[in-house]
Design a protein around this ligand. Structure first.
Ligand code: SF4
Ligand code: SF4
Ligand code: F3S
Length: 267
């Protein structure tokens, strides 16, 4: 039988730090290398592609034309909108132009990271570049929001594998996030929760409660209002997550991160 062609993926980077791609390549289940070498045809990626320069930009346009309405568009980074987007250029064009063109011809868009979902750190006050989430530029194409700064590696590979294998976006909640990964608050799955319930709180980072692993709520933990899988999936292939390393959750997957999560206001 003829081998089914792999789903084509275009992955573009806007106003961002590349941390989301750095997270993606650390996925252990499935391995990111298995995803990009065996499960999808990654035709264009600002970070992971070996090619660059004008032929590479021409290849983006060729891929959009050839696979119109069929490819998956992964977007990492915010849309930089002020002054017609000139503060974030990509291949000689404002990123917002590339985004709009690539999104309107895609089968589905995956917004990777809080920057792409809602502006994230790039949109932090006073937001001199007018950065925002990408959905003003994605037209009618369905968008899967995968927030987190960055998102958990296995969440990133899990979402793209769902879209690639089933040819459809996964079940989403009211904020466009996959229910499978964003259905619980950090607080719902936190292993320090018994201390919260018992009223045992660390009051400073070096007190006895902190050393004993008590709840970090009084140090500003945003776990009670943050939807993500850190408590059950953890990071680095299940090894740890912020709270386990002694730091409160700063709500990195929330819509108003960074301004409503930054440490400086809470220390
Ligand atoms: Fe970087 Fe965070 Fe934006 Fe991802 S969401 S690109 S990790 S700033
Ligand atoms: Fe909830 Fe944070 Fe306390 Fe965990 S450390 S129980 S998430 S408030
Ligand atoms: Fe982010 Fe909180 Fe998880 S800061 S990494 S959502 S524990």
């Amino acid at each position: 039988a003829e081998k089914k062609p792999l789903p084509v993926v275009i992955w573009i980077h806007g106003h961002e730090c590349t941390g989301c791609d750095e997270s993606f390549i650390r996925s252990g289940s499935p391995y990111a290398s298995d995803v990009i070498l065996s499960q999808v045809a990654l035709e264009y990626d600002h970070l992971l592609s070996a090619a660059s320069g004008e032929p590479f930009e021409a290849h983006l346009e060729e891929t959009i034309q050839k696979y119109k309405g069929q490819y998956i568009l992964a977007v990492e980074g915010a849309a930089c909108t002020k002054d017609n987007g000139v503060y974030c250029m990509s291949g000689g064009h404002p990123f917002t132009h590339t985004l709009q063109r690539a999104a309107e011809n895609a089968a589905a868009v995956i917004a990777y990271g809080t920057c792409a979902v809602s502006g994230g750190i790039q949109a932090a006050n006073p937001n001199p570049t007018g950065s925002s989430g990408i959905t003003n530029f994605t037209g009618k194409t369905p968008v899967v929001n995968v927030p987190g700064c960055p998102p958990i590696p296995e969440v990133m590979t899990g979402v793209i594998m769902h879209v690639a294998l089933f040819g459809t976006v996964p079940p989403l909640d009211g904020e466009g996030r996959p229910k499978q990964f964003y259905g619980n608050r950090i607080h719902d799955t936190c292993y320090r929760r018994p201390f919260f319930d018992a009223g045992m709180f660390a009051e400073s980072y070096d007190d006895e409660g902190s050393k004993a692993g008590w709840c970090l709520y009084k140090l500003g933990c945003r776990g009670p209002e943050t939807y993500n899988s850190c408590g059950n999936m953890r990071w680095f292939q299940g090894m740890s997550y912020p709270i386990q390393s002694g730091a409160p959750c700063i709500g990195c997957s929330n819509a108003h991160f960074w301004d409503e999560g930054k440490m400086s206001e809470r220390l």
